[in-house]
Design a binder for this molecule. Structure first.
Ligand SMILES: Nc1nc2c(ncn2[C@@H]2O[C@H](COP(=O)(O)OP(=O)(O)OP(=O)(O)O)[C@@H](O)[C@H]2O)c(=O)[nH]1
Ligand SMILES: [Mg+2]
Length: 390
């Protein structure tokens, strides 16, 4: 046993393969002594009793009764990369499925430092005070690199994490974005089955993760801040077209006036863009996650949106589309893994790429050759799985 594992404890949500960054230091204690009296030194921490294995039924009844510990363990199960867990996890998810879905799913994206986590802290707290149960998830395809910030997020959501109606789950680690998506979607279903009626998903990272989160949520907001006149730079039109609201955060103190101007500017631009949701006009709003000003207005917008899309049928249509796209995303992931994981394909690629670059082979020819090679293989030398390889 390494001295590190002796002197450290891990939170129950530590992902498999998580390193020392998930450890909480535990100091050596002193037995039978207090107030500076001497005693014998305890070396190492006492062994925690081995956790009882839970059956599928235990998981299901625990989650449905809202038992947070079992919910945490069910999420860990779903996030596991082990084939043994995959089987149990699938059965658990299948059983809780009829009890999931009855929540408002809200996604939040924005540039680093816009205040997403701070906003979720105060927005989530506001909802919990109103009697809602809020679950917070994060999608971070790059989490294997930035694991440190996950812990940071938990501490940034200090108020919310102490609220009895809140459940905060850091992002799953490991694997492709596809793998992270599967884990996050199933985590969302588990939270819903456990009675959480608002799910807040923060995207960390850039590019593809925004589309991924949009494909998981009912309402998607883009968080922005004021800048030095060029605040609209760096925000791609594409991301604005995914959003159901643009929230100008940090509208407090000396920044209030500037934030109002930024909001007007976004409203002006939004006017020319295609709205993300049929029948809904995407607009900009200002708030301060720090002071809480405007936070209740944002919730009013979300409520109005949900009422509107439920009445028009767009809500159900979107959920159905999302469900089907989830199916095909998993199929595509599987096929990609199967193709790129094939040894013969892997062996053939370097010379094929050289030929294409040197002009000896057209792109179409190269693609066909690779596909023929793949289709002609006698036996599969690689077993793909829906559990992504980390
Ligand atoms: N003045 C002011 N500061 C804020 C507000 N919201 C967040 N901040 C500050 O902005 C900084 C970044 O906030 P975070 O909530 O960590 O931002 P984030 O968007 O989650 O950042 P990443 O997760 O790193 O992408 C922190 O120092 C916050 O205290 C606000 O409404 N007003
Ligand atoms: Mg954050």
């Amino acid at each position: 046993m390494s001295s590190d594992s002796k002197s450290s404890k891990r939170p129950e949500w530590t992902p498999e393969g998580g390193g020392a960054e998930f450890a909480t230091r535990v100091m050596d204690g002193v037995r039978a002594a207090h107030d500076g009296m001497t005693g014998s030194l305890i070396t190492g921490t006492p062994k925690a009793p081995k956790r009882r294995e839970l059956s599928v039924g235990d998981y299901v009844s625990g989650v449905l009764s809202g038992d947070r510990m079992i919910l945490s363990r069910a999420i860990t199960l779903v996030e596991s990369n082990s084939p043994v867990h995959f089987e149990t996890a699938s059965r658990v998810v299948k059983e809780i499925l009829p009890h999931a879905g009855a929540s408002t799913r809200v996604g939040i994206t924005g540039v680093p430092g816009a205040g997403k986590s701070t906003f979720i802290d105060s927005f989530g707290y506001h909802l919990c005070e109103l009697g809602h149960k809020a679950a917070v998830l994060a999608i971070d395809p790059s989490s294997s690199v930035t694991r440190g910030s996950i812990l940071g997020d938990k501490t940034r959501m200090e108020n919310l994490s102490r609220h009895e109606n809140a459940f905060i789950r850091p992002s799953p680690s490991g694997g492709t974005l596809g793998g992270v998506t599967r884990k996050s979607r199933e985590t969302m279903l588990l939270c819903e089955a456990a009675g959480y009626d608002v799910i807040l998903v923060e995207t960390v990272g850039v590019g593809q993760s925004e589309t991924t989160v949009r494909s998981m949520v009912d309402f998607f907001m883009l968080m922005v801040i004021t800048g030095a006149g060029d605040e609209l730079q760096g925000i791609k039109k594409g991301v604005m077209e995914l959003a159901d609201a643009i929230i100008v955060n940090k509208a407090d103190g000396a920044n209030i006036v500037k934030a109002a101007a930024t909001r007007t500017e976004y409203d002006r631009i939004l006017h020319y863009l295609r709205p993300a949701t049929e029948g809904w006009e995407t607009k900009a709003y200002a708030c301060s996650a720090l002071t809480g000003d405007g936070i209740d207005d944002v919730w009013a917008v979300v409520k109005r949106f949900i009422k509107n899309v439920k009445a028009s049928g767009v809500f159900g249509e979107r959920r159905n589309k999302q469900l089907l796209s989830w199916v095909y995303t998993m199929v595509e992931d599987y096929l990609k893994q199967k193709f790129y994981g094939d040894e013969r394909i892997a062996d053939a690629r370097p010379s094929m790429e050289d030929s294409v670059i040197s002009g000896n082979l057209s792109a179409t020819e190269a693609a066909l050759e690779l596909i023929n090679l793949f289709e002609s293989r006698n036996s599969t030398n690689y077993e793909p799985t829906l559990i992504p390889k980390s």
